[in-house]
Design a protein around this ligand. Structure first.
Ligand code: NDP
Length: 641
């Protein structure tokens, strides 16, 4: 079923809005970029050592309190593992689960999945804050629905349902027997003599793996703002990815936060996480202060239960068809007559444009399309600002909550309870954009706009390391390929890969995520594609008895040239956006050609689109020739001494 276009305000003063957007951006941009956040490792355990004196004043030690340990599963002692295996999969979130699923399907059985969490699930393991749901269509987002015979209970499924589903896939693929949980990889080094990766961990393990799959995720390391004085605060602090129900009361499944009834709580951040958690905090805390630097866009949710009659009509192949439709509507363009089956905030602009083009003719050039899309963008954002006015009673509060940037400068949210929360007498929002964030923490609370506020608890909904430098985002101290070359140095001036999944000089190592390839509107579908492709290459290398498989330098250079020639450089758009992880806090990076560009959270995306990239990979696999890869047989790879 297709849905109808919306009717956003027809007349908007684009010149005035453009000016306003620029002003809002320049008010927020911080010269120190990512350095405003304290670098942490997975558990914050090494934060203090790494951050040095500056970090200590600005809170590196606090990271230990805020992230340390696993609130969900007790860590149990175990003996260190020393073993030789075929494949080490680093990460047990979606990327690792899907890699494991495809390895299993390709007949590769001798592998390990290593994760710092106590179970499978990745972000869905760690994040259990009240109100957690997926923000995009669960029928697209949850992978392998047809293979698993599973149907989400509603359009935006609850976090605990998603976690249980992820774990059921891991169970079906036999991954539990292969899991090493509560284990942090600290170094990965290529051993030329044995033709294996040496994987060492904080549990004393030494695993010698022929192949390594980096499935370490996109949102795996929580980010802590380096607020001066954070050490001094004597109250409770935690990050939303480590929700402390022992302190707040309630559980993930029943988030009645009754222990907050006598507590003054503050929350830093108003991103996608905070939008979901704030209604619960507002309902239960004695007082809630929301510290906002940049407002989110928050649309109506329309979260409907799955209609069994609809589910019964679905034909085999339906999920792929729906994912394609979502991808076109959210990230590319709808084709004439395609319709929009998704019908939410992600697809509104393209749905409206399709209706407009049906009426007045489809654009004849990309320029014409971009110009019309820009107008629709301003109109839809105006509608969303109008939504704030229609719900929030206090005018000054409504003004603070309005978003002033183009659609997709920040991740759009939808929530029916978010704006009404600000009508509660016990909830205050403080705009801290003038000081580019909270000024300081004190023993009793925090200082915002020059005024000290006393609180009992500070919750950090401050996000994750997404576009920061690779060593911060991966949190693995050493990754060294041939000749001891560090991957962090190898890619310092930009990615160099073959299909975004391998790189010359790092044999038998595979990468997942947004590096240099196709990106689907459903992140899990990107991981699914990568898992399938990587499992194919590993399966082939094993079947052919190869000791190493590595991209040829020329083939890699040709691929990099190809992706850069086709890539749509979104720097111009991102430079106009308010700073966030979407655009590396607004800071340009210099690539190896000396050109300045914005580091996008999507990496270098294949311009012709995700499904064109999928076709490219499928055609490459279909030849069976492994063009561009060099397979070395055991004698070549490790000559006998
Ligand atoms: P974000 O990075 O989106 O938001 C962090 C928030 O913290 C922003 O509002 C940021 O403000 C604020 N902040 C950071 N530093 C300071 C400071 N010094 N003072 C005041 N405010 C500060 O993180 P989220 O956890 O909200 O979301 C991260 C991602 O996780 C999402 O984009 C999404 O990909 C995923 N997610 C998915 C969900 C889903 O599908 N269900 C739900 C939740 C998250 P500013 O914007 O000004 O930088």
């Amino acid at each position: 079923m297709s849905c109808q276009p919306t009717n956003p305000p027809a007349t908007v003063d684009i010149a005035a809005l453009r000016d306003r957007y620029r002003q809002e951006r320049s008010r927020r941009i911080r010269q120190e970029g990512q350095a405003q956040y304290v670098p942490t490792t997975h558990h914050g355990a090494h934060a203090e050592e790494r951050a040095g004196e500056h970090g200590a004043e600005h809170g590196a030690g606090a990271a230990t309190q805020i992230y340390a340990g696993d609130p969900h599963t007790p860590v149990t002692p175990r003996d260190a593992v020393s073993e030789d295996i075929d494949v080490a999969v680093l990460g047990g979130g979606w990327a690792g689960i899907l890699a494991g699923w495809h390895l299993h399907a390709a007949g590769v059985t001798d592998f390990r999945v290593i994760d710092h969490a106590g179970d499978f699930g990745g972000v869905w393991y760690w994040n259990r804050y009240p109100g957690l749901q997926c923000d995009n269509d669960a029928y697209c987002y949850l992978p392998l629905l047809e293979e698993m015979g599973f149907m989400p209970s509603k359009k935006f499924a609850d976090g605990h349902e998603i976690r249980a589903y992820a774990q059921s896939i891991a169970r079906r693929a036999g991954l539990y027997d292969k899991a090493l949980f509560h284990t942090i990889v600290d170094a990965l080094t290529w051993d030329e003599a044995t033709g294996r990766w040496r994987v060492t961990t904080d549990r004393g393990d030494t695993i010698r793996a022929r192949f390594v799959i980096m499935a370490n995720g996109l949102l795996n390391i929580p980010k802590l703002p380096g607020i001066p004085g954070i050490h001094d605060f004597r109250g409770k602090m935690f990050h939303t990815a480590r929700w402390d129900y022992g302190y707040t009361g309630g559980t993930q499944a029943a988030p009645v936060l009754d222990r907050l009834a006598d507590k003054r709580v503050a929350i830093i951040g108003t991103g996608a996480t905070a939008v979901q958690a704030i209604p619960f905090l507002g309902r239960h805390a004695r007082h809630l202060t929301v510290l906002q630097r940049t407002a989110s866009t928050v649309d109506a949710r329309n979260n409907t239960a799955t209609d069994p009659a609809w589910a019964a009509t679905l034909e085999p192949g339906w999920q792929r068809e729906r994912q394609q439709n979502f991808h076109h509507a959210a990230m590319e363009t709808l084709a004439p007559g395609e319709g929009d089956s998704i019908c939410d905030i992600w697809t509104e602009i393209n749905r409206n444009l399709a209706a407009q083009f049906d009426a007045e003719g489809w654009p004849q050039s990309p320029q014409e399309y971009a110009a019309k899309r820009e107008v629709m963008d301003y109109r839809v954002m105006e509608r969303l600002r109008g939504r704030v006015d229609s719900i929030v009673e206090d005018r000054a509060t409504a003004e603070i909550l309005k978003p002033w940037y183009r659609y997709l400068c920040k991740r759009p949210a939808s929530n029916d309870d978010y704006y009404p929360t600000f009508n509660r007498p016990n909830v205050t929002v403080l705009d801290v954009s003038a000081t580019r964030g909270v000024e300081r923490m004190t023993a009793r609370g925090f200082i915002a706009n020059g005024v000290e506020h006393e609180i009992d608890c500070m919750i950090f909904a401050s996000g994750f390391e997404v576009t920061s430098d690779l060593d911060r985002r991966w949190g693995i101290d050493r990754i060294e390929g041939r000749g001891g070359l560090s991957i962090y140095d190898h890619w310092a001036a930009g990615y160099k890969t073959f299909h975004g999944m391998m790189t010359h000089g790092f044999p038998n190592q595979f990468f997942t995520g947004f590096i240099q390839g196709g990106v689907n509107a459903s992140t899990t579908e990107t991981f699914n594609q990568q898992g399938r492709h990587i499992a194919y290459i590993i399966g082939q290398a094993l079947a052919r008895g190869a000791a190493t498989v590595e991209p040829d330098a020329d083939a890699q250079a040709a691929y990099v040239a190809h992706i850069r020639a086709t890539a749509i450089d979104t720097s111009a758009f991102a430079r106009e956006c308010t700073p966030s992880y979407f655009n590396n806090e607004g800071a340009d990076v210099t690539d190896e050609r000396g050109e300045k560009r914005v580091r996008s959270y999507l990496g270098e995306t294949y311009g012709p689109g995700f499904y064109a990239f999928e076709a490219l990979l499928a055609a490459w696999r279909a030849t069976g020739r492994l063009d561009g890869l060099r397979l070395a047989m055991p004698a070549e790879a490790a000559p006998a001494i």
